[in-house]
Design a protein around this ligand. Structure first.
Ligand code: ADP
Ligand code: MG
Length: 377
């Protein structure tokens, strides 16, 4: 019998790390990606080069696999429906993706379920800074409704001039915007949730630290009270149910200076804040991603060591994606090094990550920062 083949839309690092786990379980993988030599496409004979605007490609891709999942939420849900028309189920479902991929619809859906989110409003063309600031305060965040990631679709706005510039800049990404109240947070938190038709499980609550709006460091577990932890888990489960979600989800939250919890956004896929689970948890987010897509029993989400720290290796140069200076990371038995195999490095591009496990969070964080500084990629 031929092994089951999971189709993944997208060939980046998230697809790559999910593919590793699919292979571990004896499954096959098909990858659809725009360009050759992608981190995940390079792993399989079933590599489809092209994109979902080409119906032929979708058809061939769908025929190559038994079930389809994705590594980003940017594919129009109508295209996912088309894959289903070719007879292959997509998980998370096109309906779920339609409720998430537009940040305005996502926030609306969550707030209709009484899930706390920052105050927000849709920005229509004729709206002025004055009108918006009357509602959200002088400082607010403008976001493109779609296609924003790693901060590329966001801009903080303090005055009329910045507002005009930000609208111009963001509209290039997507022609429709929303505005959100600027949240004063004490910490940013994140949590992974995995759900099948029979089970729903949460991973530990972690703290995420972003630099220039890009996730840089993840600390597991977050230093928060039991009460906050319980509330975050409840909110996360409710958020997944609100979008009728099955599969794996990453939820980003703010812990405000008043100890309030607000959902920032959710992602219907493996998430950067869950990379630490590869070494730190009994079952990684990627393995549970694969298990959930196939509706298999889920693995334990518990940590096997008291603490973990993950630091992203962001591109430090422009050019070939070759790693240099990583001997000290390889020589250190506590460091788990991951390089994504991207052909090109760019300043700030996610090229890999390192994870350290241990007891003393401060100590492993110090060590991780030291190693991150040395590696050049
Ligand atoms: N309403 C907000 N108030 C304060 N900071 C915010 C707000 N929204 C986003 N940010 C900051 O910008 C980062 C990126 O924003 P996010 O909406 O998560 O976009 P992306 O899709 O690029 O990850 C967040 O992690 C947070 O640090
Ligand atoms: Mg985010």
């Amino acid at each position: 019998m031929k092994p089951i083949t999971i189709g993944i839309l997208g060939g980046g690092q998230l697809a790559r790390m999910s593919a590793f786990q699919a292979y571990k379980l004896g499954l096959n993988v098909s990858i659809l990606e725009k360009n050759e030599y992608s981190p995940a496409g390079s792993l399989t004979k079933n590599e489809f080069i092209g994109w979902i605007d080409n119906e032929n490609i979708i058809k061939n891709f769908a025929e190559s696999c038994d079930i389809v999942t994705l590594e980003n939420e940017f594919i129009d849900f109508e295209k996912l429906e088309l894959i289903e028309k070719f007879g292959k189920k997509v998980i998370p479902s096109p309906k779920t993706i339609s409720l998430i991929q537009d940040k305005f619809i996502q926030k609306k859906t969550l707030s209709e379920y009484k899930i706390p989110v920052p105050q927000f409003l849709e920005v229509t063309e004729e709206m002025t800074y004055k009108e918006i600031s009357k509602y959200l305060g002088k400082k607010f965040i403008l976001k493109s409704k779609k296609l924003g990631y790693d901060g590329y679709g966001n801009a903080a706005v303090y005055n009329k001039k910045q507002f005009v510039e930000a609208v111009k800049k963001l509209s290039k990404r997507h022609n429709s915007l929303l505005a959100e109240k600027f949240i004063k947070f004490s910490k940013e938190l994140a949590i992974m949730v995995v759900r099948t038709e029979k089970e729903i499980k949460t991973y530990p609550v972690v703290e995420t630290i972003q630099k220039d709006h890009i996730c840089h460091t993840v600390i597991a577990k977050a230093d928060i009270s039991k009460k906050i932890e319980k509330k975050v888990k409840e909110i996360a489960i409710k958020s997944v149910k609100a979008v009728e979600g099955f599969g794996l989800f990453g939820i980003e939250l703010f812990l405000t200076i008043d100890n309030e919890i607000l959902v920032n956004e959710m992602a219907p896929r493996p998430h950067n804040s869950g990379h630490y689970t590869i070494e730190a948890c009994v079952t990684s987010q990627f393995e549970n991603h694969i298990r959930s897509v196939l509706n298999l029993p889920l693995g334990s989400t518990k940590m096997i060591k008291p603490s973990a720290v993950m630091i992203n290796l962001l591109g430090k140069k422009e050019g070939e994606g070759v790693v240099e200076n990583y001997d000290s990371a390889l020589n250190n038995p506590d460091i788990h090094l991951h390089i994504y195999g991207k052909q090109e490095s760019r300043l700030g591009r996610k090229m890999g990550h390192i994870t350290l496990l241990g007891k003393d969070k401060k100590k492993i964080l110090r060590e991780a920062k030291k190693i991150e500084k040395q590696i050049l990629i």
